[in-house]
Design a protein. Sequence first.
Length: 187
Amino acid sequence: MEWTRIYAPANGYVTNVQLRVGSYVHAGAPVLTCVDSDDWWIVANFRENSVARLRAGQPARIAFRSLPAETFAARVVSVGWGVSQGQGVPSGELPDVKVPGNWVPPAQRFQVRIVLDGAESVPMRVGMTGSVAVYTEPDGVLNHITNAWHHVIAWLYHLSLNYVTSDPNSDRPMSGSISSRQRGKPS
């Protein structure tokens, strides 16, 4: 074992180490995760009635809950073309038709990948949450209003953070939408 070397697939951080002295490692079994710190993207889930006007290259602004009172410039990289929900899987049996709980079913969500402009200056973590605004028209009438509203959201995150962190018993789980391109995946 002293001759063994492990090379990371990218610059970054090692986390979720599942090893102890004397542990056996099986080929292909994940024992740690390498988070690429050089290559980040944001995954924003937009309603299906909002993706028709989204295009790669459009400018965006992002407010993160963990970085309150600030918004960050970004741009759209890609817009997802499909999701698995609602797709039939050929099984040779009759289809299982889901009965919607609402009279008007909620809109499906599609993933939109976004990258930050100057991401190296933003302390990113996998799983961060926030709010995204994409500007579909360069000189749109609502751009100034959207930008102002997004700053209000960023300040609300600031107020929310102060409220949550002032409570030492707060143990609120957080879900994430920030990802790192994990070239090595969990290894």
